[in-house]
Design a protein around this ligand. Sequence first.
Ligand code: AMP
Ligand code: MG
Length: 315
Amino acid sequence: METQTFAPDQAGFSQAAAILGDGGLVAFPTETVYGLGADARNDLAVARIFEAKGRPRFNPLIVHVPDVAAAKRHVIWDDTADRLASAFWPGPLTLVLPLRPDTTLSPLVTAGLPTLAIRVPAHPVARALLTAFDGPVAAPSANPSGRISPTEAAHVAAGLTGRIDAIIDGGACGVGVESTIVGLGNTPRLLRPGGLPQEAIEAALGGPLEMVQSGDPLTAPGQMTSHYAPGAKVRLNVTEPMHGERLLGFGAVEGATLNLSVAGDLTEAAAQLFHHLHALDQGGGTPIAVSPVPEVGLGRAINDRLRRAAAPREA
Ligand code: AMP
Ligand code: MG
């Protein structure tokens, strides 16, 4: 199939919406990373996402909607959801809530789980596409499964050209790491660190988030240990790179091939992370060493992605 590229204008949005309506796949920018969208009510369309990405079917997808009213059509809403949505939507926060029994969504979206991950994106292009399409859009990151997430249209094209119908080119993503996922229904739990800092969520809740235990059945889908993997080996928390390694720096370090943020700014580092990993991945397998990144705020999401990039590969 030929993959078309659309400009982020009305003509682009309406062509992209028509493709979604026909059960096709459209990659589009969100504030976190580029998403690969399909009509979340259409089994065949959702199945195509899994095919195009080579994504395991047991790994559920996040559904994107324009506002809280639309979210309430798909999940059983509660007071905590209300509090978090008022504080952080639209934005890089995904809520996992019980699916409504009268849902019209394809069961492939949730991989058969009784819960749904849902979010209201802030990016104007994502919002314009949701408006033009006027329906729920299932969208995981627009990259082959297990590889580095895309923060630019060129990353999407490099990974998925010929496998998807279209890409809306909306420039680089501002946040640069995927959404933070919080499980609700009972005690709020952090299921995945991401673009909204844990500390901000805890401040809005007025108390700590519960942390997931590894191997927890609710979160096991998709939280594969090896993920975001470049072709090259990755070594973390490196202060003295070895001969032949390229250093991905953080802060005022010497000899870095690329630096996430010379100023040591975590927001800038998150926005640069996948861009720099993609760039270093062009280096023909030369191993990558990464400077230590502090485990606070967006540093938690950055370290989570780096640990998965460094993890031993499953086959
Ligand atoms: P991605 O869209 O690639 O960023 O991945 C979405 C992630 O959301 C998956 O890897 C899951 O870990 C998580 N997720 C989606 N749906 C659920 C759910 N119903 N319960 C728990 N986690 C979920
Ligand atoms: Mg992904």
